[in-house]
Design a protein around this ligand. Structure first.
Ligand code: HEM
Ligand code: HEM
Length: 184
């Protein structure tokens, strides 16, 4: 297994910032979204859920543009074809979900019969989308189904990262958390 890492093995600072800021925002939104009905304290966070979701949409557009313009480190050579395929599929699905989750949420609240202003942390109102009321139900179903898919894939992704660190002992987690890698 690889125990040393060169700069070619590392994610750049930009990729690392995008990853961890967005991971925190998305995990917050998944937890608040799934548990808000049963937990009153989380229900009070639904305006934040919507504002964080809009931030994720904007950050995802920036992240995809950034990702297309920069190279990222290749997966380690020792990975089997199925591991490689799984890592790449989860990555691509994440990018799709990071667009589809906020968009479906935005459509759902815009299609409400009595839409409330979509305030971004009290600083300004995000405009509602010009969608028909009939769009609300399919958008809500999409938001719910994809939300649970996102949660399941996040668990898989995190278990995969921990497996690299503690079972395979390679540099995959370290290149996303630079302190774990030996210094250059
Ligand atoms: C990263 C983006 C987002 C993620 C990961 C996310 C995730 C979730 C999840 C997992 C649920 C629970 C679904 C269920 O229990 O059926 C949920 C519910 C909800 N989300 Fe989001 N969401 C995001 C963005 C948004 C945005 C941008 C809005 C609106 C502007 C929004 C509005 C809502 C609403 C109103 C609910 C409650 C639906 C209900 O109780 O029927 N979400 N979200
Ligand atoms: C739900 C929150 C998360 C999301 C949406 C997410 C998303 C992503 C995405 C899209 C990539 C690919 C980056 C690229 O090459 O463009 C990635 C890579 C990575 N993530 Fe996450 N991540 C999340 C949470 C985590 C957590 C909590 C860990 C650590 C326990 C982690 C560890 C990693 C590692 C090690 C990589 C690099 C491996 C690879 O290239 O596939 N992620 N993540």
């Amino acid at each position: 297994m690889a125990t040393t890492a060169t700069s070619a093995d590392r994610y750049s600072a930009g990729a690392i910032w995008f990853h961890w800021i967005m991971a925190a925002l998305i995990i917050f939104n998944i937890i608040v979204g799934i548990f808000h009905e049963g937990v009153p304290a989380l229900r009070a966070l639904m305006p934040a859920h919507k504002a964080v979701g809009i931030a994720v949409l904007v950050l995802t557009v920036a992240r995809i543009a950034w990702r297309l313009a920069h190279r990222t480190p290749p997966l380690p050579d020792h990975l089997a074809a199925w591991e490689r395929a799984m890592a790449i599929t989860v990555r691509r699905t994440f990018y799709a979900l990071m667009l589809l989750m906020p968009l479906s949420g935005w459509i759902m609240v815009s299609a409400s019969t009595h839409p409330r202003p979509l305030s971004w942390f009290g600083l300004f109102d995000v405009p509602l989308l010009p969608v028909a009321h009939a769009a609300g139900s399919p958008a809500g179903l999409t938001h719910s189904v994809l939300g649970y898919l996102f949660a399941a894939l996040a668990v898989l992704h995190i278990l995969g990262a921990l497996r690299h660190q503690f079972v395979l002992h390679d540099t995959v987690l370290g290149r996303m958390i630079p302190g774990l890698l030996p210094r250059r």
